[in-house]
Design a protein around this ligand. Structure first.
Ligand SMILES: Nc1ncnc2c1ncn2[C@@H]1O[C@H](COP(=O)(O)OP(=O)(O)OP(=O)(O)O)[C@@H](O)[C@H]1O
Ligand SMILES: [Mg+2]
Length: 281
């Protein structure tokens, strides 16, 4: 379990992280959702022990992120791809594996597993410079998993990724969850958060504006569903906070329904209602 309390970080006049508190149960996928500059990467850097906070605390199963024991249990998939372009995929993984005190046997079996996991086993001996953006992202993920960490922080893992690699990365995230891993996933694609995450936090200007399951956030901040019924009486469109009840009532005095369309609020609507702005410009 990850417990974050009152986290703060300032850069000059910018409050990058502003009293962020949250809890992430073991085995959950937690999505940190927010626009450019919201404070996602800074929060992750603090939670993984890369930088110090000005205030507040982070505990991973009761351990500080900077402690040796916690560090060996953290996998970080950084937002900017951290790979050696001139080395092969295999040599990159061998390098990252050498940062952990793995025995040669474990090391080579973990590298094999990681390559297989991200679907790059047949590209093992190719240089990273020959890889597509999506393949680099997948290798970036593989590099973070060599020491089999329980906590995996993925900072915009799908940025600049083709649909095929994106789907592979989604599958990987779900597989890691099935392995019992706890995943912290940042993105500004709300459809990713909606699809993958058990719980979501919405962050803007360093502040956590809302926290909950996708359904809770949609219910609390999403606003009404837009319904439209086309029938022999014409088209009737209306907003509804209670779809099943309003739909049943509306259909009561209609003999023949041609079509019903329903536009449910999404996380984009949640963000708009919370901030008055679109999540993406
Ligand atoms: N090392 C730094 N020095 C100065 N300012 C910084 C530094 N790192 C981050 N910031 C500022 O802190 C704020 C939060 O940045 P951060 O990178 O955490 O946002 P983000 O949510 O990850 O954005 P993005 O979606 O663009 O990756 C921004 O205003 C950024 O300019
Ligand atoms: Mg970032």
């Amino acid at each position: 379990m990850i417990i974050v309390k009152g986290l703060q970080k300032r850069y000059g006049s910018i409050q990058a992280v502003d009293h962020v508190s949250l809890e992430i149960p073991t085995g959950h996928i937690f999505g940190l959702l927010g626009p450019n500059g919201a404070g996602k990467s800074t929060s992750i850097s603090i939670m993984t022990g890369l930088i110090d906070a000005d205030g507040g605390s982070v505990e991973l199963d009761g351990l500080e992120p900077k402690s040796m024991k916690a560090r060996y249990n953290i996998g970080l998939v950084p937002q900017s791809i951290a790979l050696y372009e001139e080395l092969t995929a295999l040599d990159n993984l061998a390098f990252f594996a050498s940062l952990y005190s793995l025995t040669p046997d474990v090391k080579s079996s973990r590298i094999d597993w990681a390559l297989q996991f991200v679907g790059l086993q047949d590209r093992a001996n190719d240089r990273v410079s020959e890889f597509s953006g999506g393949m680099k992202r997948r290798l970036n993920l593989a590099a973070s998993l060599l020491h089999d960490p329980d906590y995996i922080f993925m900072d915009e893992p799908t940025a600049g990724v083709d649909p095929q690699s994106r789907n592979k990365l989604f599958d990987n995230v779900m597989e890691l969850k099935e392995l019992g891993k706890t995943i912290i996933y940042t993105t500004h694609y709300m459809e990713e958060a909606q699809k993958l995450c058990d719980r979501v936090g919405i962050i803007d200007h360093g502040k956590l504006l809302a926290l909950g399951t996708v359904n809770e956030l949609l219910h609390q901040y999403g606003g009404d569903t837009k319904l439209s019924i086309s029938s022999e009486k014409g088209v009737k469109s209306f907003s509804s906070a209670n779809v099943s009840e309003d739909l049943t009532n509306a259909l009561r005095d209609i003999d023949k329904v041609y079509d019903i369309s329903m536009n449910r609020p999404d996380l984009e609507a949640v963000f708009l209602n919370l901030t008055g702005r679109q999540l993406r410009d």
